[in-house]
Design a protein around this ligand. Structure first.
Ligand code: ADP
Length: 875
């Protein structure tokens, strides 16, 4: 009632109240400001700086050892000694000491400040007779820094009353390390620098509850949260998490908050040491609350609705009303009495009604701080929820600072308004128990753990990372094997067989007709009819299953089955009456003696039908046709799938003179000069040679790079390679916390297509986790990052080796033709090449690097096996 009766007081209270819709708007603006800070393009102009902290991991409980922490606070330096026992951080032992800073040091020389801090460290260590082994130190430095590593941070600018000379723009880690060295504490090693908000987040993360957001509401205000590293564009990290220090105190410095600022706020700002700056902080931080109240009271007194009869001149003095007093006045029980004593201490003679009105004003100011803080927090939560593509975000928020710790009212408002503004998020606020120190120790410990792990992972993956020299060597070896394969004398001993295909030319576009095609040796067995006309190629096809029993039974049964499938197809397509020329895509190594005569050298890809190796497969097919009394079959060509691929792309691009397959297996063919194909008579023109390069390495050429070529590149093996590496990482305790993974012991359980999913840019790491979960692997986020790194390493190596092979081919072609530059197109097929998100790009890049004198274009073949076989028949 006391309020209702007074319009002036009502107006003041109204001005200090931010309605819910306006809070929504503030949240939206904060979100916008955050995005601006994260983006590389707009970062420089952003008020909310969103600084990368290079803290990319949360404690996992295995951290262990003695750590030193130095915390630079407003008026003191705190040193801590923390011993972690590797017991899930249940009971870290903490000792600490506080050193008050000489008043003038914060305005003096930077060197003096850092010397003072180093002296604190020395005294602290002397007091606890610490051992002289290497002591990692974490430095809590609550100022805006441009961090480029965990232990590299340039001070952007001082705040909070600090203004030491010669520090801004310098690396404060280095300044502290030099000061420490001056104290001859050579065993103390500054390994991490962090902001106080980060320390809070980490402190609240101890004891098993991960905490991914932190909020500090003290004299100033700030926040941090774990973002997906990819979004933190100012940092080079692209995988995993990174903690971002929002520096949200500066929110509003560009005027975005002007519509909620009251005249009292404007006056507080004008009287502050940094007018126009830190507008959000001046609404929320406890340093300013007393001042806001003072200006509100001054105005009301001038309007003659407060302290009637008292002299209010005292209210014109800055800082006469302390935030501490404001916070006492808002208390439900003691508040009125506190208001009276505070006002009386200022020499005012407040009436009961005055006290009541002052209390209302104080409450409005504190509530507004809490609601604005909630709007900021809601922005962070919604951002996290959106960027993680979650329907619901459940998260813990560590909170520190006197406003939050001391005042139930502030806590309650913060909690409930955050809930209203970000209803899609469930945030549990966790008060930080003993400040940032323990958290800083955790950051330091995590940094050490990660550094050790990184070394071990690098060691394990090093053999898979091929240097340019390695790849040049592979290229040279491939070239050497190709020459051996082509030579009449050396052919028998070559691992790369360089099989003549009797295909003498690529299509010129004038081919016409109707053909049957068979495709055996890929994932499916198919029968096709292909019509090549002036207006293009049309096809119809049918997929048939070849049961494993047939693949591995007798040759007779296999070829009988094939004829049955053909007959079925002809029946369905109404082709029984016609005798169409047939091209047979047969993707196994064959010694071809003519276009329609191919002796099987060996089965691959799971086939092992008896009585076929050493036989002409066309003859086997014809015999089966006879057995089945199918007389209308005219086989005119046996075609390897690489050749089919080259021919089908050649139909669209006359420059296409290479065929490449990267699917279940890998292989390549290309147009070689007849004079080099020593196994076939004649020196005129060219012939397509099927390299069968999958076997490259079979005679030990690649021993220095492990395995056989195909097992390094193709779809059948990449998943397996990854699986074996993962097992090795588990064994070394570097993955899944070293827990045994029974399911990972199963052969082929890690499919090659997982590499594609895991390496896809669009899928966030959480989906990697889902894949791993299907394999009954409980992956932490770091685990997922590591699994992705393994996949990347394996697929990159595959692409680069493939490039080395192709480089040998294109360079040979260029030399054959005596050209300074060769422009050539490669027709490519295979699911690995087509589906993997980066394989093709890595292949192309590396090839360009290894064969700079060749311009190589890649053309994806659509149904090369069918179209290609028909085109070979047609050509
Ligand atoms: P083929 O070479 O037998 O004709 P494909 O070209 O279809 O067959 O390749 C099959 C191979 O591709 C399999 O080894 C499989 O592991 C792999 N694979 C399947 N899906 C994907 C994918 N999404 N990304 C990468 N590899 C894949």
């Amino acid at each position: 009632p006391a309020l209702m009766s007074c319009p002036q007081v009502q107006r003041a209270l109204l001005a200090l109240t931010v309605p819910l819709e306006m809070l929504q708007a503030v949240k939206g603006r904060m979100l916008q400001a955050m995005r601006k800070g994260l983006s590389r393009q707009t970062h420089a102009q952003a008020n909310v700086r969103m600084l990368p902290t290079y803290i990319c991991s949360m404690p996992d409980g295995t951290e262990k050892g003695d750590l030193l922490v130095v915390e630079l606070c407003q008026s003191h330096v705190r040193t801590l000694w923390v011993t972690l026992l590797g017991d899930g951080n249940q009971s870290p032992q903490v000792m600490y000491k506080i050193f008050n800073m000489p008043g003038d040091i914060t305005q003096g020389k930077g060197e003096a400040l850092f010397d003072f801090i180093a002296q604190c460290v020395r005294q602290f260590l002397a007091g606890i007779s610490s051992p002289q082994h290497r002591l990692p130190l974490g430095f809590v430095f609550p100022f805006s820094c441009r961090q480029t590593q965990l232990d590299k941070a340039e001070l952007i600018s001082w705040s909070k009353g600090f203004s030491c000379s010669d520090v801004e723009g310098k690396d404060v880690v280095q300044l502290l390390q030099s000061a420490i060295n001056k104290q001859e504490l050579y065993h103390v090693d500054v390994v991490a620098l962090m902001n106080d908000t980060v320390g809070t987040m980490m402190t609240c993360s101890m004891g098993g509850t991960p905490c991914e957001v932190a909020l500090v509401v003290d004299t100033g205000t700030n926040s941090c949260f774990m973002a997906e590293a990819q979004q933190v564009e100012m940092a080079e990290e692209t995988s995993g998490w990174m903690c971002v220090n929002t520096e949200w105190g500066c929110f509003g410095d560009d005027g975005t908050l002007s519509d909620i600022l009251t005249p009292y706020d404007q006056r507080v700002d004008q009287e502050s040491s940094n007018p126009g700056e830190k507008r959000f902080e001046k609404l929320v931080g406890s340093l300013y609350l007393g001042e806001i109240v003072r200006h509100a009271l001054t105005t009301l007194a001038a309007e003659k609705v407060l302290f009637i009869g008292s002299s209010v001149a005292v209210l014109r003095t800055k800082d006469v009303l302390k935030t501490q007093q404001v916070l006492e006045i808002i208390d439900n029980e003691e508040g009125m009495a506190k208001a009276r004593s505070a006002l009386e201490a200022l020499g005012l003679q407040p009436s009961e009604r005055d006290c009541c009105r002052v209390q209302q004003i104080c409450r409005a100011v504190v509530s507004r701080a809490a609601t604005l803080c909630a709007a900021g927090l809601a922005a962070i939560l919604s951002h996290m929820c959106q960027s993680r593509e979650l329907e619901r975000l459940v998260v813990n928020v560590g909170v520190d600072g006197e406003l939050y710790r001391g005042y139930t009212r502030f806590r309650e408002i913060l909690q409930s308004v955050t809930g209203l503004l970000a209803p899609e998020c469930t945030a549990t606020l966790l008060p930080s128990v003993d400040g940032t120190g323990r958290g800083a120790a955790m950051v330091t410990a995590v940094a050490l753990r990660l550094a050790t792990q990184r070394r071990e992972v690098d060691q394990l993956l090093a053999p898979l990372r091929l240097s340019r020299t390695d790849l040049e060597r592979v290229q040279a070896l491939m070239r050497q094997e190709m020459e051996l394969g082509l030579g009449r004398e050396s052919n028998a001993n070559a691992s790369v067989r360089m099989l003549p295909t009797y295909v003498r030319g690529t299509p010129d576009g004038t081919e016409r007709g109707e053909f049957l095609a068979l495709d055996l040796g890929g994932t499916n067995f198919r029968v096709l009819v292909v019509r090549i006309a002036q207006d293009g190629i049309r096809m119809a096809s049918e997929i048939y299953v070849i049961p494993t029993a047939v693949m591995q039974g007798t040759g007779e049964a296999l070829f009988n089955h094939i004829i049955e499938c053909i007959m079925d197809f002809q029946l369905k397509q109404d082709l029984m009456e016609q005798v169409l020329p047939l091209g047979f895509t047969f993707s196994f190594p064959c010694q071809q003696l003519g276009l329609d005569k191919a002796v099987l050298l060996s089965w691959t890809k799971g086939f092992s039908a008896s009585g076929c190796v050493g036989q002409d497969v066309v003859q086997l097919l014809r015999e089966a046709a006879q057995r089945k009394q199918h007389l209308g079959l005219k086989v005119v060509a046996v075609v390897n799938d690489t050749v089919g691929t080259m021919m089908s792309c050649g139909y669209d691009d006359p420059k296409c003179e290479i065929g490449l397959i990267v699917g279940t297996g890998t292989n390549a063919c290309y147009m070689e000069e007849m004079q080099n194909v020593e196994l076939v008579e004649g020196d005129e023109g060219r012939m397509c040679v099927n390299t069968e390069w999958g076997a490259f390495g079979a005679s030990g050429e690649l021993d220095e790079f492990l395995l056989e070529f195909e097992k390094l590149i193709s779809g059948m093996y990449l998943g397996e390679i990854v699986r074996h590496i993962l097992l090795a990482l588990v064994e070394k305790q570097l993955l899944f916390r070293g827990k045994p993974c029974p399911k990972l012991q199963t052969r082929d359980i890690f499919q090659t297509k997982f590499l594609s999913t895991i390496e896809s840019d669009k899928l966030a790491l959480r989906q990697v986790r889902a894949i791993l979960q299907d394999l009954e692997l409980q992956a932490s986020f770091e685990d997922s990052v590591l699994v992705r790194e393994v996949c990347q390493t394996v697929s990159l190596r595959a692409a680069q080796l493939c490039a080395a092979g192709l480089a040998a081919v294109v360079e040979k072609m260029r030399e054959n033709r005596g050209l300074a530059r060769l422009a050539v197109t490669v027709g490519v097929d295979g699911t690995l090449y087509k589906m993997h998100p980066h394989f093709s790009q890595h292949l192309q890049q590396m090839l360009q690097d290894l064969a700079p004198n060749c311009t190589v274009t890649f053309l994806r073949s659509e149904d090369g096996s069918g179209k290609g076989a028909a085109l070979v028949a047609a050509v």
